[in-house]
Ligand binder design. Structure first.
Ligand SMILES: [Zn+2]
Length: 328
């Protein structure tokens, strides 16, 4: 636990995930609010109550919950605050908190199609089962205050909502207007490069309309530069003291990796599926983390496609990419 200033404290909770600990933040204002809710485990709950006590609070004192995004390490303990009247979050968090069956079926259907189209071999399809396993760590509830870009945080008039999609289609950050301090969820992390993660398009839309999380992520990193974010309280790891510097280095690294993907395609004699590119880009990691490595690969391809450096087409039900000749 870290008292950041009189009205903001950082509480650190364990998770069973590779990412390690997650931070939640207590905001004292006209109301007492918590930003994010850790993961649903006994260990996280014990850590939370202990640290709340050190701050002089009990779970019953918390009046509302703000959520940065829908991942299980950020929505785990939503049911544990009986006096919290509201969950305020991006509207896309709601389908996860309510376990919207229609949406979850759409999600699974999209990923089956996406795996097939990307040329991923059947042995990896078990990765699709992970969804249900990780959902056990997520809390339930409903979004009672939907938040969108520019909204003021209820009970905290100095804080505004900044939409930061990319890592998740529900991702929001919260900006304190007077000094540009940002509660950034997983948008900007110091030691871990935050991944753009693939998600389905809205219900009713086909796979061609899927989001392009890398392009969103880049745009929303740039947005943080443009609005002059000065310091970031992150969901994981150390407080980011020089976000502008970090953002520029993240963007540059991503561009380097895209160049590498471009080189792979230029040196290949035939067009390649996203899976084939993934195995060359992440030869050590792809077997263990097919979902994340594929999201990253597709992200680089979307980026290269946006610059017209690669072209894609469909071949035997699979998407294949080749380098455009314009760079030669
Ligand atoms: Zn996280």
């Amino acid at each position: 636990m870290k008292v950041i200033e009189q009205t903001i404290s950082q509480i650190t909770l364990p998770t069973p995930f590779a990412v390690g600990d997650v931070h939640v933040y207590m905001l004292a204002g006209d109301t007492l609010s918590i930003v994010d809710a850790g993961v649903k485990t006994k260990e996280a709950w014990e850590a939370l109550t202990t640290q709340l006590k050190e701050l002089g609070y009990r779970p019953n004192d918390i009046e509302q919950i703000f959520i940065t995004h829908h991942h299980p390490d950020h929505i785990g303990l939503t049911e544990q605050f009986p006096k919290a009247k509201h969950i305020a979050a991006h509207p896309n968090v709601d389908r996860w908190l309510t376990r919207d069956q229609q949406y979850l079926a759409h999600y699974m259907h999209f990923f089956e199609q996406y795996f097939i189209e990307s040329g991923i071999p059947k042995v990896f399809y078990h990765a699709l089962d992970q969804l249900e396993a990780t959902m056990d760590f997520a809390g339930k509830g409903e979004v009672t205050i939907p938040l969108v870009e520019g909204d003021t945080l209820p009970g905290h008039p100095d804080w505004k909502v900044v939409e930061t999609k990319g890592h998740a289609q529900s991702h929001l950050s919260f900006l304190r207007v007077h000094d540009h301090l940002l509660i950034g969820g997983d948008h900007i992390l110091q030691h871990i490069s935050s991944n753009p993660i693939m998600e389905p398009p809205e219900i009713g839309k086909t796979i061609e309309y899927r989001p392009q999380p890398m392009l969103q992520y880049r745009k929303n990193l740039q947005k943080c530069i443009d609005i002059g974010v000065k310091k970031v309280l992150p969901g994981h790891g150390e407080i980011v003291e020089h976000p502008q510097h970090l953002i520029f280095s993240r963007l540059a690294k991503q561009e380097e990796r895209a160049d590498y993907v471009y080189d792979i395609l230029q040196q290949s004699r035939c067009a390649l599926t996203p899976y084939e590119i993934c195995t060359k880009l992440f030869p050590k990691q792809f077997k263990k983390q097919i979902d994340l490595t594929m999201s990253e690969t597709i992200g680089q391809l979307d980026y290269l496609e946006s610059l017209e450096r690669v072209r894609k087409r469909k071949e035997d039900g699979k998407i294949v990419y080749e380098a455009s000749i314009i760079d030669k």
